[in-house]
Design a binder for this molecule. Structure first.
Ligand code: SAH
Ligand code: SF4
Ligand code: F3S
Length: 434
């Protein structure tokens, strides 16, 4: 029997899909297959913005015919969208053919839900409000060798006014440092070469005995072996000198910080409930670069938050120039029912929002291109992670997060490779092995 998983959303969700695959495997679905050949199809949904949600609705709806034609096919829908208030009901009404609905707080029940579904005709639904356990017992089927993701915490307590994550993922729960360390040691022993520690806000990590995030990072970076270490996401309000000191101390830790700033306007940051100012953010970057001069910083930006003026948007543009990001994810504000911002007046018209995002993307791309161009003629060391069949090239990222492409006669996935860069295109660099 075969499975097919469709994933939407963040890295957290991608990793959760690996855990779902692990659970399916235990239930006898031994390999992944194209959607038409699968015996079980799982949608692992996201609801961070309206388009993520629409995407899932569209894809699930498109399954109606296959479900009618294929006897015994099980369709399961899980993830953040299911956890959003009223959405499980809506999904059932719109798509009565869904067999299993499961939330983000009961991943470990999925195996039982599948058994129950096999035993009965009726669909099974299990959605929990919250979860206190931090170990889910899942043995993930990892799909991103040589990279491995490791959850250090779940949920979020920050309640940024635009964001639905705290509502669908619940309160912050940290895993025990000892469990995280064991997982990392096992992964390194298995040959994984890049470990990424995951949390909505890693700086809030509190392990047993009050272990802080810098202390955890220090411990993980001290694990023996040939690997490099990443972590995401960092919240600017919790940026600390201790974090910088640990990053500086260990060569294993990539010189890259993903620290979403969201906006360059203090008034908008306040409305977003972000709890830092533009000035504080820039000071922190200055400190980081004083200590680790070549550290690259990436960010997330939202345009057209309710009441954002043209001048305030300009402040985001000027911040992008000052902060010298190597790249950025850019989003148009999307109202999420139940969040504080969704109740705010002063929605920005679609045309204005589109115009702002176009200008922002142009600036971000220009900065990225400028930075990449500086690499031509230089050497970078990448961890080869895949082959791009279309380009006929291998690819991987350097510790700063830049993508390097090169040609090779043999499979190089999982190896550290040094490239001399001959050409730059956006964030991608092309080079020859040296
Ligand atoms: N916990 C992380 C990631 C949150 S989701 C963090 O705090 O940075 C990733 C990004 O999606 C956010 O950084 C934000 O830029 C964006 N985002 C979240 N909610 C959004 C919304 N309602 N509309 C538009 N973008 C949103
Ligand atoms: Fe959402 Fe803010 Fe939590 Fe990030 S820190 S998940 S943006 S509420
Ligand atoms: Fe991730 Fe989307 Fe949920 S961004 S936490 S899958 S709402």
């Amino acid at each position: 029997m075969k499975y097919h998983i469709v994933t939407y959303g963040c890295q957290m969700n991608l990793h959760e899909s690996e855990k779902i695959a692990g659970i399916l495997k235990e239930k006898g679905y031994l390999s992944s297959a194209p959607i038409e050949e699968a015996d079980i199809i799982v949608f692992n949904t996201c609801c961070i913005r309206e388009n993520a949600e629409n995407h899932a609705f569209g894809n699930i709806g498109a399954l109606k015919k296959l479900k009618r034609e294929k006897k015994g096919l099980i369709v399961a829908v899980g993830g953040c969208l299911v956890q959003e208030e009223g959405k499980a009901k809506l999904l059932k009404e719109k798509f009565p053919f869904i067999d299993i609905l499961f939330g983000t707080h009961n991943l470990d029940e999925l195996g039982d839900l599948i058994e129950r579904k096999r035993a009965q005709k009726k669909s099974v639904v299990s959605i929990k409000e919250a979860r206190s356990a931090t170990e889910d017992g899942a043995n993930p089927v990892r799909t991103s060798y040589p990279n491995a993701w490791v959850n250090i915490m779940y949920g979020c307590n920050n309640f940024c006014s635009y964001c639905i994550v705290p509502y669908v993922r619940g309160r912050e729960r940290s895993r025990r440092a000892i469990d995280i360390l064991r997982e990392v040691e096992a992964l390194v022993a298995e040959g994984y070469r890049e470990i990424t520690l995951l949390g909505q806000n890693v700086d809030s990590y509190r392990g047993e005995d009050g272990t802080t995030f810098p202390a955890l990072l220090d411990a993980v970076a001290s694990v023996e072996g040939n690997f490099r270490l990443r972590f995401m996401t960092s919240h600017p309000k919790d940026f600390s000198e201790e974090l910088v000191a640990v990053m500086k101390k260990h060569d294993k830790i990539c010189k890259h910080l993903h620290m979403p700033v969201q906006s360059g306007s203090n008034r908008i940051l306040r409305l977003m409930n972000r709890r830092y100012t533009r000035e504080k953010y820039l000071e922190d970057l200055a400190l980081l670069r004083r200590e680790i001069p070549d550290c690259e910083v990436t960010t997330d930006l939202i345009v057209a938050f309710p009441t954002e003026t043209e001048e305030e948007f300009q402040e985001t543009l000027s911040l992008v120039k000052e902060a010298d990001f190597s790249s950025a994810f850019t989003f148009i504000y999307s109202p999420r029912t139940g969040t504080r911002a969704a109740e705010m007046e002063g929605r920005i018209a679609d045309e204005v929002a589109k115009d702002r995002i176009t200008r922002l993307v142009a600036l971000v791309n220009e900065k990225t291109r400028e930075k990449s161009a500086k690499y031509v003629g230089k050497r970078i060391e990448i961890l080869c992670e895949d082959r791009d069949e279309k380009k006929g090239m291998y690819l991987g990222r350097d510790e700063y997060g830049r993508m390097g492409y090169f040609k090779s006669e043999r499979d190089r996935v999982g190896e550290f490779v040094t490239l001399k860069i001959t050409e730059a295109n956006g964030i991608s660099l092309y080079g020859e092995e040296v």
